[in-house]
Design a protein around this ligand. Sequence first.
Ligand code: HEC
Ligand SMILES: [Cu+2]
Length: 360
Amino acid sequence: MSRHRGFQIVTVVLALLSIAEILYFWLMPSVEPWLPPEGGHPGDQVDWLFRFMASAAALLYTFVVGYIIYFVIAFRRRRSDPPDALGANIHDNPKLEAAWTIVPTLFVVLLSILSIKIWYVLQVQPANGLVVESIGRQWYFTFRYPDVNGEITSEMHLPVNVPVTLNMTSGDVIHSFWVPDMRLKADMIPGMINTIRFTPTRIGRYQIICTEFCGTGHSTMDKQVMVVEPVAQYEAWYHLWQARNAHAGNGIPTVSSGAISLVGGYAGAGKALFSQKCSACHALAPFGQRIVGPGLLGVLHDPAHPDLVDGAPATPADVAKILQSGYTGSYGHMPDQAENGLSNKDIANLVAYLNTLRLK
Ligand code: HEC
Ligand SMILES: [Cu+2]
C-alpha cells in the first residue's frame, strides 16, 4: 500500500471518529446523566458554547494525534535503511504557514465573540426582575430579599421565568456559590460583591454547592437548595418570611455601638452557635486549657478567675463586651462581633449559654 493511499484511509478514519465524537457532545444531554439539564438562561447558552468548544477540541485533537501516530508508523526508519539515514529535509511553505496562523487566530476570535455574548448577559442588569443577596458563611449560605428583614438561612426560593440578579459576598472566608443546573458559579469574597444574573426557566429544586475550600465544614456546604417555583407559590413563601422576620435585625453583622441588651438571651441557641463559631478556638475546659483562646468552662463562675483577659470583672455584661469588640491580648486575637458574624441577639444567646457553664 502506498503512503499516499495510507494517508487517505487514515484521513477518512479520523473524519469518521471526529463525527462520532461531535455527535456525542451534541446528543449528550439525553445519553449522559452526569450533566443535569439546564435550569435556565444563560445556562442553555453556556451548554451550547461548551458543546461547540468540545466539538472543536475533539476535532483538533483527533486529527493532530491521529496524524502523529500515522506518520510515526508510516515514516519510521526501516530495517533496510542505512543506520545514519535522514528524513526528508523540508522547510519554508509560506502558504501553509499563513494558513496555520490565520485559521486558528480567526477561530480564537470567534470563540471570544461567542463567550462575550454570554458574559454580556451576566453583566447587564435587566430592567425588571428580582435582586437577591447571598452571603457565604462557615458553613452555610444565607439569603437576603428586598423588604425581608435579616437573613434567610434555609432554602433560597425564586419565581420561575423572572430574571434574577444575585449579589454575593462572604461573612468570613472565601466561599464559592455554585448551582450546577444553572451552569453558574462565582466566588464569595469578604469585602467584595460578585454578581451573577440568570433567569430560571424550569421548576425544580437545585442543589447549591460551595466550591471553595473554606474550612473543616466545607464538605457539608452542599445541603441547601434553590427552589424554582410558580410566581404565586414564591410569593406565599416570600410573605411568610416577611412576617417571620418582621422583628429580625437587618444586615451583615457589624460591630454595634453601645452596650448590648442581654434580655431574652436563649442558652439553647447559644450552645448551637458556640459549636459553630467558637469551638475552633475555645475548649469547654478550665481557663488554662487553651486551644487558641482560653478554656471557657469557668468564664463566669470560677473563683480562681475573677477577671476576664481584658481586666474587667467576669460578669455577663463584660463578656458581652468582649464578644462585641473583640480583644487582643497576651494569648492572641479574639475576633470582634463583625469578624465572628454575630448579631446582637447571637451575643445575648451566647452569654446566656456561657452563664450556664460550671467547672465540675
Ligand atoms: C480565632 C480564634 C477565636 C475565636 C473564633 C473566638 N475566640 Fe474568644 N478568644 C480568643 C482569644 C485568643 C482570646 C484571648 C485574647 C487574649 O486575652 O489574648 C479569647 C477570649 C475570649 C473570652 C474572654 C475569656 C476570659 O476568660 O477572659 C471570651 C468570653 C471569649 N473569647 C468568647 C468567645 C466566643 C463566645 C466565641 C464565639 C463566638 C469566641 N470567643 C470565638 C480567640 C477566639
Ligand atoms: Cu464554603
